[in-house]
Design a protein around this ligand. Sequence first.
Ligand SMILES: Cc1cc2nc3c(=O)[nH]c(=O)nc-3n(C[C@H](O)[C@H](O)[C@H](O)COP(=O)(O)OP(=O)(O)OC[C@H]3O[C@@H](n4cnc5c(N)ncnc54)[C@H](O)[C@@H]3O)c2cc1C
Length: 497
Amino acid sequence: MSQYDVIVIGSGIGGLVTATQLAVKGIKVLVLESYVIPGGSAGFFEREGYHFDVGASMIFGFGDKGTTNLLTRALAAVNQKIETIPDPVQIHYHLPNNLNLKVHRDYDKFLQELYAYFPEEKKGIKGFYDECWQVFNCLNSMDLLSLEEIRYLTRVFFQHPLSCLGLLKYLPVNVGDVARKHIKNPDLLKFIDMECYCWSVVPADLTPMINAGMVFSDRHYGGINYPKGGVSKIAETLVEGFIKAGGEIQYQARVTEILVQGNQAKGVKLADGKEYFAHRIVSNATRWDTFDKLIDKHKTPRKEVKWQKNYRQSPSFLSLHLGVEAKVLSDNFECHHILLENWNNLEAEQGTIFVSIPTLLDPSLAPEGYHIIHGFTPSSMEYWENLSPSQYEYKKEEAAGRLIERLEAIFPGLDAGLDYMEIGTPRTHRRFLNRVNGSYGPIPARKLNGLLSMPFNRTAIKNLYCVGDSTFPGQGLNAVAFSGFSCAHRIAVDLGY
Ligand SMILES: Cc1cc2nc3c(=O)[nH]c(=O)nc-3n(C[C@H](O)[C@H](O)[C@H](O)COP(=O)(O)OP(=O)(O)OC[C@H]3O[C@@H](n4cnc5c(N)ncnc54)[C@H](O)[C@@H]3O)c2cc1C
């Protein structure tokens, strides 16, 4: 007996957007979350008066126009809205060869800053970013729903034929090829690598043009906007809307098995032995967690085995959640920074450092007179395995010390101004975010044709769908919201709505 129409495993933003979109259609949805709060990588934790975002803090998708403002839209669908604070600068880059520049919300201001560093490449810079705008304008002209649903595709094609053809052209293309068409200067090409790496965690040659079109343009269109009260407000507010729409959510409900009969998903089994059944099952866990852990290994579809050859797990992060005295930050500081001293270390273990200071936008997240600095750098699980508890602690302290020393380049006096420090490693990400090896998500194992090989929401197991960053179009809150809209649309059509 199916108690629910749809069960969603996980309450990350991908899972919650799917759940809310279905619930407002009158579909009976149960969300099962293993942790104590919703949000996954967009969750939070509190220590000594500090409210720390666990991961995401540079938030796209909160614009008030166009169609790519998917977080605004997801909340509006369940009659919710949250207050956001506009960020005037997306990133302040601190890069090798004294390349020290800011990506302003104002597009022309950003271009002028880049032209000043590379005057001979003015035409190339404009040509490259203009192509990104072409992709964005196509995406931003149509409703973003399931690309697996033929009636939607036909409708959207007849409504926006040029946009569709534009997107089709860029679907198999990577950023590196477009960048080299316009730009020759090796330092500028390195900069484009970093522009990609800071959200795709791969250089331009492996980054799909569709994603770059979104990121490189929307930051100047809808802009980067920080949710007042912290990033966790997004998930909390979606849950509020979901419950009002008739949805049900359970926390500390860890799914250990997806029940499959023949080749058809029927339900789920929890760690406490309870079983729930539904017409459709959605997994918001990563594809590796879904197909290697929740389903009998012998039932892993061949399609998934092939996908795992094309995509590998990106590293996780070493994260420093710091509470610091306000005097550490000078006036006019930006919220997000990227620091790299040597281009050879762009992709290296603990190479590039990402920094976020959300209290510059929302001071209520820290005690008065203090700020939060979240510094994180890519780090792999191998680096943290096979250690005794004392070796692990020592290694954490040592790595944190190195990061703080490097961060002193941007924040002189950081060490002396420290009030609180929590260190997270790939083991922490694995444990609390429930993600295989704490991975940030799938990255191409080799150069692929843009986004062509990224799977949509249906899987080879009947009635089982995937949503979140291991489905089209990949990582990032706005991207997984896209995946959520598309998954819910596909399921609603399959259920006859
Ligand atoms: C350090 C860091 C910084 C980031 N910075 C940004 C940024 O600035 N901007 C941005 O847009 N993105 C950023 N991201 C990426 C972004 O946070 C993710 O791409 C996105 O949140 C992933 O959402 P998701 O829905 O796919 O899954 P997740 O957030 O991984 O959520 C999945 C949920 O499913 C639950 N779950 C998993 N397995 C089970 C199970 N068996 N049973 C029950 N529940 C289960 C998990 O507990 C979790 O709550 C960052 C990520 C990290 C880690």
